[in-house]
Design a protein around this ligand. Structure first.
Ligand code: CIR
Length: 258
């Protein structure tokens, strides 16, 4: 097992004022979201991650979705410039936490880029061009990571918030996806497997130390993955799903030096 650190952030008391792109606004129970978030952190610890939880801030309703504030690679952490203006201030504290582990680079104006749009698979970065990531953001990311040997692949995202809303890496070269929203043909050189019908939310999963944390909304998807020999841990996240966040959104996972 690698030594892994998961950076998370407590759920903001202002979560009900979150940004929404595709989902309708519904009430969000802060207490219930906090309990589910703590269970998620516990699942990360069980999988061998140390967890560093950053404090919540009322002025950052979406702060719990730390994934959007950085792209972390073995060599560097790229601090993003989130596409939603209300989220720009979230990067200060993640940058401070990441600076202890990686050299930092950053996306600057007029670029925008959300970490939820960046699916890292080995030396390939699939980058969603969504409402939150523009061409300048993509180009800046490519210039930062290209010299480190990474290839960046541009993926059009029209039917969901981020690329990883509907597609995540769950094994060495295996991508779990919701085919209604992302076309499997974009993932050249990878195997893909689709979520079970009616389980779109399950496409956003977290791979950690050989396990896959999967949304409890993905029961049949979980059975399919288990049948392939994948160790699946079901995690409830329906409260933060109301804020359009999935499981990967709630952590930044990095390998620590041995
Ligand atoms: C937002 O719209 O920014 C938040 N309400 C949800 C962000 C979810 N993050 C992610 O998919 N990586």
């Amino acid at each position: 097992m690698s030594r892994l650190l998961a950076i998370t952030r407590a759920v903001s008391p202002g979560i009900a004022r979150c940004e929404l792109a595709f989902a309708p606004r519904r009430p969000i129970d802060h207490q219930r979201a906090t309990v589910q978030h703590a269970a998620y952190e516990a699942a990360l610890r069980d999988a061998g991650c140390a967890v560093e939880r950053l404090p919540a801030a009322d002025e950052h309703p979406d702060g719990v979705f730390v994934e959007d504030t950085a792209v972390v690679l073995d060599e560097i952490a790229v601090i993003t410039r989130p596409g939603a203006v209300s989220r720009r201030g979230e990067t200060t504290t993640t940058a401070r936490a990441l600076a202890r582990h990686r050299p930092l680079a950053e996306i600057s104006a007029p670029g925008i880029l959300d970490g939820g749009d960046v699916l890292v698979s080995g030396k390939t970065l699939f980058v969603g061009r969504s409402g939150r990531t523009n061409a300048e953001g993509f180009d800046q990311l490519r210039s930062i990571v290209g010299p480190l040997g990474y290839r960046t692949v541009d993926v059009e995202v029209r039917h969901c918030l981020h690329l990883k809303t509907a597609a995540t890496l769950i094994d060495e070269d295996l991508i779990l996806l919701d085919e209604q929203r992302i076309d499997r043909s974009v993932f050249e050189g990878h195997h893909t497997t689709a979520v079970a019908p009616g389980e779109a939310e399950a496409a956003n999963a977290v791979r950690v130390n050989g396990r896959v944390l999967l949304s409890a909304a993905g029961l049949h998807t979980g059975e399919r993955l288990a049948a392939r020999g994948i160790e699946v841990i079901m995690v409830e996240n329906d409260e933060l799903a109301r804020a359009e966040g999935g499981l990967s959104c709630c952590s930044l996972i990095l390998c620590l030096a041995a």
